[in-house]
Design a protein around this ligand. Structure first.
Ligand code: SAM
Length: 345
């Protein structure tokens, strides 16, 4: 415990400061990987561990070369912040021209097309992993192309109020996160990422999705819109169950119409809780299996048809958020549409 206290930034402001600047002399994060000998020694008096922690920190400083700095992105394998080499700046062009390295895993990450690939499988040559249908469906070039050209508009039939209103509602929930780092998890073609970036409310917006083709669409939409400043925007490929951020590094997570597509929502929400800083806000939307206003007599039938799907009832979503460590759960339901919000304690 004493070791953890010695190396863990204690406040949200310190973690925010860490993201805001290219840090030449980084503080050690909670997940900083320690040699086995260090972990064993954690039972010894705190003075020993403090000295050792300082030595590890100095090691990590010594690793930084010219044009290298600790980045906001972390390794999806060990969650240690990546060392970035290349032009500085949180924008598409600078990130595209930068290389990223995890000094713990000795793994490198770079941009493919116009997004930074931070999946665990990035760079693998022979291994190919198939994901469940909710993930694979959206990797299709056709579905990705059609998504903002008719597919998404259909959600209004289930009660989704539409992108402008959903964005307005989300912004209300995100007030405690203003000025911080917002990650639009499962952004698809970037419908909301673009709105968050345009709003100027956040210092950084990460549009993150597992689908390569959704991210390509996202890039094209960004390029076609002169009103979007790319100065605070990044496109990242990642799995929601392995988010490439250090613990407590993120102020806001948005996940529009995504929960029902995730392979394991409990893993995803636990991961979202891990990356949020204390007081950070999560806002998600999804389709409900049925609402509390559905007559009790009709529920078993609906349950029968949808029990194997990832469509949940209101109480399950609350249970999921609370069980994964979030608090202050609130919701807004309109027919099968639910927008829910919860906070990291
Ligand atoms: C219905 S779209 C939602 C797009 C957008 N957020 C919206 O509100 O319209 C669901 C998205 O979840 C993404 N997704 C599915 N599985 C994922 C995973 N394991 N990790 C990250 N994203 C995933 C899909 O690629 C797809 O873009």
């Amino acid at each position: 415990m004493a070791m953890a206290a010695a190396i863990t930034p204690s406040s949200s402001s310190s973690s925010r400061l860490r993201q805001a600047l290219p840090v030449k002399n980084p503080p050690l994060s909670r997940n900083f990987h320690l040699p086995q000998s260090f972990r064993l020694r954690s039972r010894l008096p705190s003075i020993t561990t403090t000295i050792r922690a300082v030595a590890v920190e100095q090691d990590s400083r010594a690793q930084l070369g010219p044009n290298e700095y600790v980045d906001v992105f972390a390794c999806p394998v060990c969650y240690e912040p990546l060392i970035r080499k290349g032009p500085s700046g949180f924008n598409l062009a600078a990130i595209y021209r930068s290389g990223f390295k995890c000094t713990i895993c000795n793994k490198t990450y770079s941009s493919k097309d116009n997004y930074l690939d931070l999946t665990v499988t990035a760079g693998m040559k022979t291994y190919n992993e198939a994901m469940p249908i909710g993930t694979e469906l959206f990797r299709s070039p056709l579905i990705s192309f059609l998504y903002e050209r008719g597919w998404r508009q259909n959600f209004s039939r289930s009660g989704f109020p539409g992108p402008d209103e959903e964005f307005r509602m989300a912004q209300e929930y995100f007030k405690p996160a203003e000025g911080g780092l917002l990650v639009d998890v499962s952004c698809g073609s970037g419908l909301f990422s673009r709105k968050f970036a345009k709003s100027g409310t956040y210092s950084k917006v990460v549009a993150l999705d597992f689908s390569e083709n959704m991210l390509r669409q996202c890039y094209d939409f960004i390029k076609a819109d002169d009103t979007i400043s790319e100065e605070n925007l990044a496109l990242v490929r990642a799995d929601v169950s392995r988010l490439p951020f250090a613990s407590g590094a993120v102020d806001a997570v948005h996940a529009g119409a995504a929960l029902h597509c995730w392979p394991a929502p409990s893993n995803a929400i636990s991961e979202i809780c891990r990356v949020l800083r204390s007081g950070g806000v999560f806002v998600g939307t999804t389709f409900l299996r049925y609402t509390s206003s559905m007559p009790a007599i009709a529920r078993p039938l609906r349950q029968q048809f949808m029990s194997r799907s990832n469509y949940y009832i209101e109480e399950e979503i609350e249970d999921l958020c609370m069980s994964c460590g979030l608090t202050n759960y609130t919701k807004n339901v309109q027919r099968s549409f639910i927008m829910f919000s919860a906070q990291k304690p």
